[in-house]
Design a protein around this ligand. Structure first.
Ligand SMILES: C[S@@+](CC[C@H](N)C(=O)[O-])C[C@H]1O[C@@H](n2cnc3c(N)ncnc32)[C@H](O)[C@@H]1O
Length: 328
């Protein structure tokens, strides 16, 4: 496999949505559900949530050390779209997804253990993060999931079977780039409380200026605001090729403008997230976020032949955290 083979970039959900079976499933989903948005970019974003679901499910199949008994809850709506588990069966993708999930888990775990009680998952998709954290910490926090109405309606239907697990979970069915979004969010949670906002593979689906407006509104209204972003950093020749593929797959080119970690630092700083830490996913894996022990556990799951290719891919994804306040 060549390093520039676009197939290896299936490490991110957006790539897998570019192939024909995925687009078929999107259109069949739209024809079944009249609420499904017909805008090409948001349709791509919605499809990507199914790809993420499938890839995260494949981590279970391959025995990655993650405890997630909740994914099967969403099997029905996800498989009814026509997507199957098979396309993500690629060790590069799985290891990438594992590192991504681990970094988000570690960040949230640290936030809660540090006394944080309010968490908002923007573009939550079929994520099981809340359910897993609820299992670990019980009802010690308020959690809001935000996504398009069509997706959250289906998710809520699935979750209604496990009501006892969803005590402190709230939903906001909104476009996160909409004008009234932050006002609506403030009706659900207390803006004076320290809050963590998670954007896992979401920012790339919205134009950079809307992303920046969103972060500026959040940091303006939430005085103790923390943000954790998993996204793309399309650096170098490989990044350029990834960008072309993402655009072909229907991702808005204006969401793919950052080509260096420096650009991410500046973006965070301009969004009033003065205290920030940005790193590639390779750096996150090599000690930035994951410990040596966690890395060894990950490496032991399955043999990776194409380490160089994997590292190139991991260099084109990043994990950025920031906050708008000084720690006491
Ligand atoms: C790649 S999926 C990631 C889902 C989840 N964060 C995860 O990592 O499993 C991107 C998600 O962002 C949502 N999304 C993208 N743009 C959005 C917008 N403008 N408003 C609300 N949700 C959005 C999509 O519907 C989708 O669920």
């Amino acid at each position: 496999m060549s390093a520039f083979d676009p197939n290896i970039m299936g490490i991110d959900d957006t790539f897998t949505s570019s192939n024909s079976s995925s687009s078929t499933s999107t259109s069949s989903a739209s024809s079944r559900n009249p609420n499904y948005t017909t805008n090409r970019h948001s349709t791509t974003a919605l499809t990507s949530s199914l790809d993420a679901y499938r890839s995260k499910s494949s981590l279970q199949t391959y025995n990655y050390p993650l405890h997630d008994p909740y994914l099967p809850l969403f099997r029905t709506p996800c498989s009814s779209t026509g997507l199957t588990d098979t396309r993500s069966s690629n060790p590069l993708t799985r290891r990438g997804y594992y590192v991504r999930q681990k970094c988000v888990d570690i960040t949230v775990d640290k936030f809660i253990k540090g006394g944080g009680t309010q968490i908002v998952e923007l573009g939550s998709g079929w994520s099981t993060l809340y359910l897993r954290m609820f299992e670990s910490f019980e009802d010690d926090f308020t959690w809001v999931e935000v996504d398009y109405p069509s997706l959250l309606d289906s998710k809520i239907e699935c979750l209604s079977q496990v009501k006892d697990l969803t005590g402190s979970l709230k939903f906001l069915k909104r476009d996160i780039t909409g004008d009234a979004f932050v006002d609506d969010l403030k009706k659900l949670i207390d803006p004076s409380v320290r809050t963590l906002f998670i954007l896992e593979a979401v920012g790339m689906y919205i134009p950079s200026s809307s992303f920046s407006d969103l972060l500026r509104n959040l940091t303006g209204e939430f005085k103790k605001c923390e943000v954790a972003v998993y996204d793309v950093v399309l650096q170098g020749r490989f990044g350029l090729m990834m960008k072309e593929n993402l655009v072909k797959a229907g991702v808005h080119p204006l969401g793919l403008s950052k080509t260096s970690l420096n650009a991410w630092s500046e973006f965070f700083s301009a969004s009033n997230l003065k205290k920030s830490e940005v790193m590639t996913m390779l750096q996150a894996y090599k000690g930035g976020i994951m410990s040596r022990e966690e890395r060894m556990k990950c490496d032991g799951v399955e043999f990776l032949d194409e380490v160089e290719e994997w590292e190139m891919i991991m260099n084109c994804y990043c994990f950025c955290t920031g906050r708008n306040y000084d720690c006491d």
